[in-house]
Design a protein around this ligand. Structure first.
Ligand SMILES: Cc1ncc(COP(=O)(O)O)c(C=O)c1O
Length: 404
């Protein structure tokens, strides 16, 4: 299957719009990706054609909506190589990590160690800090090299007899580094530690097979995967979910409730208290099915070529510092411009219709590691083109003249 970027672009209505009188060049997909018509249609068709609450009704609309919602779970499970009952719908990756941390925390004690890395998003740091504050757990951070690689020797040294969980990002949202997840998981398992993989960025760019990885938990958000906001996924091995305490209480997550006692439903429903994000789950299912119709290896090659093209165009720019140069990295370019604040760079690029992110990218420990408080970040998605890559590089040269 050849990758036809123009055909892909035509599936995204928003790419037709202008920004500041210029065609939109959207280079902020790592923060949140745009949505194809298939997702928009699936959600509005559900609202227009068959909508009701799920799991609890006996009428036709309730049954149809429940079927559509559970079909989305099947799509997710197939997409990551999981069993259907190993897929928990959450509000996003952040909620999924909080759910796991809170549940595992119930079985941990002071002095137990959680091993993270210096390149984690705050979503995979702060929930563990909660446990440090409440239980006296110790957080350790595996270092990152100057090139932006995880220091695997140091990581190996840091896994010890008190390590209970190794939680790490599969792909950095700042550096674009793709971490050797299977290797890290094997090391953790050999030491008797559980693993949680933050797959928010990686799942967008590569095929993920949770069984091949052998992760205990794997999390991601829908909105970076061309799906809607308000929906995310927690994959947990069946035997891990079976012993994880519930996170929130309410309807749908119980087996029985009396005045004296409560018993819980089996996973995944045990972790889905209250009315779930029905439309958003249907939208995520549609995003996945839409992606399944494309050649994902060709998408990855397309994105890699865009990144290489921009780096090539910027090769003479001695005022530019690239943060993250790991071999085989994904198409995320974090950079600083000499004499310019990242926010100013982003605002000037916006005048050219170019959307990039600027700030600490919810990764302050990583920014400190590189001696920065902020950077600008251009992140490429499957709909970006070579012409956009060239326009971005050209706009950076023009932006630089404001600060020279
Ligand atoms: C690597 C990584 N982890 C976690 C998150 C948090 O995702 P969400 O805000 O959708 O819960 C993000 C979002 O930027 C991310 O890039």
């Amino acid at each position: 299957m050849a990758f036809d970027v123009e055909a892909v672009r035509s599936a995204f209505p928003i790419l037709q719009r202008q920004v500041n009188g210029k065609p939109l060049i959207y280079l902020d997909s790592a923060a949140s990706a745009q949505k194809p018509r298939a997702v928009i249609a699936a959600m509005s068709e559900a609202m227009e054609g068959s909508y009701a609450n799920v799991h609890r009704g006996l009428h036709t609309l309730a049954n149809e909506t429940t079927e559509a919602f559970e079909q989305a779970r099947i799509s997710v499970a197939r997409f990551i190589g999981a069993e259907t009952d190993e897929v928990v719908f959450t509000k996003g990756a952040t909620e999924a990590i909080n759910l796991v941390a809170a549940g595992l925390g119930a079985g941990l004690q002071a002095g137990d160690e959680i091993l993270l890395t210096q390149m984690e998003h705050h979503a995979n740091i702060v929930p563990w800090h909660f446990l440090r504050e409440r239980l006296g757990l110790v957080l350790r951070f595996a270092p990152v090299t100057d090139l932006g690689l995880l220091d695997m020797d140091a990581l190996a040294q840091m896994i010890g007899p008190r390590t209970r969980v190794v939680a790490f990002s599969h792909m950095s949202n700042v550096l674009g580094t793709i971490n050797p997840a299977a290797e890290i998981i094997a090391m953790a398992r050999a030491a008797g530690a559980l693993t949680l993989v933050d797959g928010c960025q990686a799942i967008v760019h590569e095929t993920v097979d949770v069984k091949a990885l052998d992760a205990d938990f794997y999390v991601f958000s829908g909105h970076k995967l061309y799906g809607p906001t308000g929906i995310g996924v927690l994959y947990g091995k069946r035997e891990r979910l079976a012993v994880l305490p519930p996170y929130q209480g309410g309807g749908e997550m119980i087996a029985q409730v009396s005045e004296e006692t409560v018993t819980y439903a089996d996973p995944p429903h045990r972790f889905e208290a209250g009315t779930p994000a029905i439309l958003e789950a249907i939208g995520l299912g549609a995003a996945i099915e839409w992606l399944n119709g494309l050649d994902r290896a060709a998408i990855a090659a397309h994105e890699a070529s865009l990144y290489a093209r921009v780096i090539d165009r910027l090769s003479g720019a001695n005022w530019l510092r690239v943060i993250g140069e790991a071999p085989g990295k994904g198409a995320i370019l974090s950079f600083t411009m000499e004499g310019a604040h990242a926010h100013d760079v982003a605002q000037i690029l916006d005048r050219y219709g170019i959307a990039v992110r600027a700030g600490a990218h919810c990764a302050e420990p990583l920014m400190h590691r590189f001696g920065l408080t902020s950077s600008a970040r251009a992140s490429f998605g499957l709909y970006n083109t070579e012409a956009e890559a060239d326009a971005f590089a050209e706009a950076l040269f023009k932006t630089q003249t404001f600060f020279a």
